[in-house]
Design a protein around this ligand. Structure first.
Ligand code: GLA
Length: 696
């Protein structure tokens, strides 16, 4: 606490104008609350819940998420009285309701009546009940039953004064992402018939001349179940696309019913951004009225607030920069990690406010009151088993009191100069079987580049590879193995017009069907990067390579007297075709060859990094790219200080500063601090573990 670290230079640079943020309909304040499952408690407890919610500043709760069996105890017989009383009670206490369709857990009677609607895994095993989401996403019986309960709820509660939002399902695909049952196989074939004009086109796209897989009849096609050896990668990719769409069809059905019967009330569903591999959330985000997300810390990992920030930035980005809802996070430990590490004092607040800084307009938790029984009884809650005498409760109440002070952040937007490309099909394809190395890992590359940018105090947006990039000074591409022709053209356009691009290894290799782009690697990006990859040279476990001694002037800051950089996992035999060598391999299988290159292309530059560098090793490489991009990250940023700049439609600027370190941080900035009301006349002090929000 005694020490302090100081940043030099202004943390508030000139801001580009951003359009006004589209407000979240019906939400007229920052949301605070969580999942509320009153059905687990005797009715006498509900009144106490409502009172304590008021004490904590709760204004929004998600109700009924897992209540299908209670709302429809036998097929077609509905019991809504208890839910009427819950909603009325909440309304009486000025608490708004995010009402869920309970379709994530069909009742036991559904399972018994419709055995064919059971989830089947890739080994052909029918999965059991007594859990949740054990239904086939393509089941017509499920479609019918889930539509019926959705319709009943919508009719009954459309006009309830507590209702502000519909919460469709819960974490679509969370437990039943992929189903391989006969119904799913039939639905997969139907989906393929929509995608391909005829069987010849499918055979062509899937490259079925390989291993003699040619199909002569649609009926011959199966999902990629467990097989004697590697299944056709294009078939696997299409099955993943189909599966994401199968869940999306279930969402759309519910949403359309809700829109029809409850017009004007927005519909959301809680995403699991950055941690759910199986849903293509760029496609999903276009279908929801409001993006919402669930995030749980990787509690055992050091500096896990950086991963939190990455997920929050990705959520804002799929929302197109619009405000989004943090639908779930935890007040303390979860119950489903190998070791469920508790949050330290102050961590709950830092986590919530980091989401808020990055565009969330709510801080909601799983869940309000800790369950006394069931699979999640050891999960933390706003109201722990120990009740109101606990530290967690005190922190919950304190955060609830703080949030109204941060109201001025609503409607402002996050300012980012850098885009990182994120693409689900590329993630899927990169990690299919029989790649050059099992150590290729999409999220690992994302996390390393993101961590570097975070530690440099650079805020990023994520972007789809085919989306406009002109607004960004720098675009970072961590392992975009599957690169469509449209994405490659997009990147060429961006660099030619003066942008700076930084591409990590094993990018630009295949097209949307996992077929190698012609002419040598990285086929889609070869001309743009000015290099040819003659051979992939994956490294052995524990093997590393050293990099140094570049010849390019751009390499100056990379080699200036420091020790060589160390890479692992991957190297390449690179042949420059126009690019200059910034760093070379000093040893290893590519010794003497280029390792990091830079290519002038049109008015911009394209960098290429051909080995795996950790966040620390990436520092000098990013420094070179920042220089090309004309980006000046805040100098001397205290370690562990998270900074996010927000801009209002009126040009007002906000700086959120979150100090994750155990010593005080100071930075030059002036304005009014919203949490304390203090005037800050040029130097902002952020105590250890604290948060400050400055309005300039
Ligand atoms: C998910 C679910 C919740 C709960 C939490 C526990 O986010 O949506 O119902 O199981 O995980 O962390």
């Amino acid at each position: 606490m005694g020490q302090s670290s100081q940043s030099s230079g202004s943390a508030l640079a000139a801001a580009p104008p951003l359009g006004p943020a589209r407000p979240i309909p019906r939400l007229d304040r920052l949301g605070y609350g969580g999942d509320y499952n009153p059905e687990q408690w005797p009715e006498q407890v509900w009144a106490e819940d409502a009172e304590l919610m008021r004490t904590a500043g709760v204004n929004l709760v998600s109700v009924g998420i897992f209540a299908w069996a209670l709302l429809e105890p036998t097929p077609g017989r509905y019991e809504f009285d208890w839910l009427d009383r819950v909603l009325d009670l909440l309304h009486d206490h000025q608490i708004s309701v995010d009402l869920a369709t309970p379709t994530a857990v069909p009742p036991a009677w559904f399972r018994r009546r419709h055995p064919a609607a059971t989830l089947v895994n890739a080994d052909g095993v029918r999965l059991g009940g007594g859990a949740r989401q054990s239904f086939c996403p393509s089941s017509p019986a499920y479609a019918q039953a889930s539509a019926a309960i959705t319709e009943q709820l919508a009719r009954r509660y459309a006009d309830h004064p507590a209702l502000v939002l519909w919460h469709s399902h819960n974490e679509f695909g969370g437990a039943n992402a992929l189903c391989y049952c006969p119904t799913s196989a039939e639905a997969f074939r139907a989906w393929l018939r929509e995608r391909y004009p005829d069987l010849a086109a499918l055979n062509d796209a899937w490259g079925t001349t390989f291993w003699g897989q040619r199909y002569g009849d649609w009926a011959e096609i199966e999902p990629p179940t467990t097989a004697p050896t590697s299944v056709n990668p294009a078939q696997q990719l299409d099955f993943l696309r189909f599966s994401s769409d199968a869940h999306l069809a279930n969402f759309r059905r519910e949403r359309d019913i809700l829109h029809r019967l409850s017009p004007g009330v927005p519909v959301t569903t809680n995403f699991m951004l950055a941690n759910c591999k199986t849903l293509d959330y760029w496609r999903w985000a276009a279908e929801v009225d409001v993006v919402s997300n669930d995030h749980y810390l990787r509690a055992e990992e050091p500096d896990n607030h950086i991963e939190l920030a990455m997920c929050a930035d990705l959520t804002r980005s799929v929302a197109g920069g619009a405000p989004w809802l943090l639908m779930e996070h935890s007040t303390g430990a979860v119950n489903w990690q190998p070791r469920n590490i508790a949050k330290r004092p102050g961590e709950l607040r830092r986590n919530s406010l980091s989401h808020l800084a990055r565009g969330a307009e709510s801080a909601l938790f799983f869940q309000w009151r800790a369950s006394a029984f069931g699979a999640e009884k050891f999960h933390s809650a706003m109201l722990p088993h120990g009740g109101t005498g606990t530290r967690i409760w005190r922190e919950v109440v304190a955060l609830g009191a703080d949030l109204p002070r941060l109201e001025p952040l609503r409607g402002t937007r996050v300012a980012a100069d850098v885009a990182v490309l994120w693409d689900w099909p590329s993630w899927w394809a990169l990690e299919l079987d029989w790649r050059p190395s099992v150590d290729l890992n999409y999220r690992d590359r994302m996390a390393a580049y993101y961590e570097r940018l975070w530690r440099d105090g650079v805020t990023v947006d994520f972007a789809h590879p085919e989306s406009p990039l002109d607004a960004y000074r720098l675009v970072v591409v961590p392992s975009l193995y599957l690169t469509t022709a449209a994405a490659a053209a997009n990147l060429r356009r961006y660099v030619a017009a003066g942008g700076t691009l930084l591409v990590s290894y094993f990018s630009g290799i295949v097209d949307g069907n996992d077929a190698v782009h012609p002419g040598g690697h990285p086929g889609a990006l070869r001309d743009l990067l000015g290099v040819t990859v003659e051979e992939f040279l994956p490294l052995r476990t524990g093997e590393s390579v050293r990099l140094g001694g570049g010849t390019s002037p751009a390499g100056d800051p990379l080699t200036a007297g420091g020790p060589p950089l160390t890479g692992d996992v991957w190297a390449e035999a690179l042949v420059p075709a126009g690019a200059e060598t910034v760093l070379s391999y000093l040893d290893g299988p590519a010794a003497g060859g280029p390792a990091v290159t830079r290519h002038g292309y049109g008015a911009g530059h394209a960098w290429y990094v051909s080995t795996r560098l950790g966040a620390a090793e990436l520092a000098p490489v990013l420094t070179g790219a920042y220089r090309d991009a004309g980006l000046v990250p805040p100098a001397g940023l205290p370690a562990g200080l998270e900074l996010v700049r927000r801009i209002g439609p009126d040009g007002a600027e906000f700086l959120v500063a979150i100090n994750h370190a155990d010593r005080e941080a100071r930075l030059p900035a002036a304005g009014v601090e919203l949490l304390t009301g203090a005037d800050c006349d040029g130097s902002l002090t952020v105590p250890a573990g604290e948060v400050r929000v400055l309005r300039r």
